[in-house]
Design a protein around this ligand. Structure first.
Ligand SMILES: NC(=O)c1ccc[n+]([C@@H]2O[C@H](COP(=O)([O-])OP(=O)(O)OC[C@H]3O[C@@H](n4cnc5c(N)ncnc54)[C@H](OP(=O)(O)O)[C@@H]3O)[C@@H](O)[C@H]2O)c1
Length: 249
């Protein structure tokens, strides 16, 4: 168990390292839930955000806020949380939805943008300034390999992830010399309720996804873009090229 909250000291083992203050947005299920559990198990202090209550055990080092990232008062509430709980050293934006296209229900497609894209933009708006003031901090966003392609089945998912990836990666370059890191994570399939497709090649277990995230969080020099698994990225690029070709003819 880590002793006190502070900045990580690389080279120390888990017993000696300082606990971190981590915010996980979208953590009542899937990757965010497993990541929260892993962080708590090693002694980090975590605040979680989702619409549902925290489904795990209560813990002294854990605080949960039931918030919808698309709510009108989300930014205001997040500002209060940061003021009350303290500025997080690491923020991981896991909130996301993916909805198949029903042409009679385009409002559902709009909601996908609101959660996947605008929720991340709003979270960065609130959590980046304290990191910049401190000259340190790390924002991790879960985008997707889907950010490269076109999808007639779920247009808003791919488009929202494309915008999220470009925004996070541009912001990563913008803050590069300010001591703050931004990482855009592009997973393929991960075994959660989100992965709805009948065919799910090279799928990660949730624990494999969390292993990658923990490495990113603990990295001395966090990467700006993580794409994994690479063979899946190659397959997605190939399928995307075919789709782009279809668009031309
Ligand atoms: N699973 C995959 O195959 C895969 C692959 C690549 C990338 N990703 C990305 O990884 C992230 C996590 O995915 P996952 O597979 O863990 O999905 P998941 O199991 O469906 O979990 C999604 C989380 O987002 C939260 N959430 C959804 N809408 C929200 C809202 N309006 N406000 C606050 N929280 C909200 C949900 O909590 P509540 O419902 O309680 O609000 C839930 O905790 C997503 O961004 C996803 O696009 C997933």
């Amino acid at each position: 168990m880590r002793a006190a909250v502070g900045w990580p000291m690389w080279g120390l083992d888990d017993q000696e390292a300082m606990a971190m203050r981590v915010m996980v947005v979208g953590n009542s299920d899937g990757i965010g839930r497993a990541l929260t559990q892993r962080l708590l198990a090693r002694g980090d202090e975590v605040v979680g955000i989702s619409r549902s209550p925290w489904p795990g055990e209560e813990a002294e080092a854990y605080t949960h806020f039931q918030l919808d990232v698309t709510a009108d008062d989300y930014v205001e509430r997040l500002v209060d949380i940061v003021a009350q709980w303290g500025a997080p050293q690491v923020v991981v934006y896991c909130a996301g939805i993916g909805e198949l296209l029903v042409l009679e229900e385009l409002a559902v497609q709009r909601r996908v943008f609101e959660v996947n894209l605008m929720g991340a933009v709003a979270t960065l708006e609130v959590t980046l300034p304290p990191m910049l003031s401190a000259g340190q901090g790390h924002f991790v966003g879960l985008s997707s390999l889907a950010d490269t392609g076109l999808s007639p089945q779920a247009p808003s998912y791919n488009a929202s992830k494309a915008a999220m990836s470009r925004y996070l990666e541009s912001m990563a370059l913008a803050v590069a010399d300010k001591g703050v890191s931004i990482t855009n994570v592009r997973f393929g399939f991960v075994d959660t309720k989100m992965a709805k497709s009948d065919v799910r090649p090279m799928m990660f277990t949730v624990e494999q996804a969390v292993d990658r995230l923990m490495k990113i969080i603990d990295a001395r020099r966090p990467p700006r873009r993580v794409t994994t698994p690479l063979p899946m990225a190659a397959l997605v690029s190939l399928l995307s090229a075919l789709m782009w070709l279809k668009l031309m003819i």
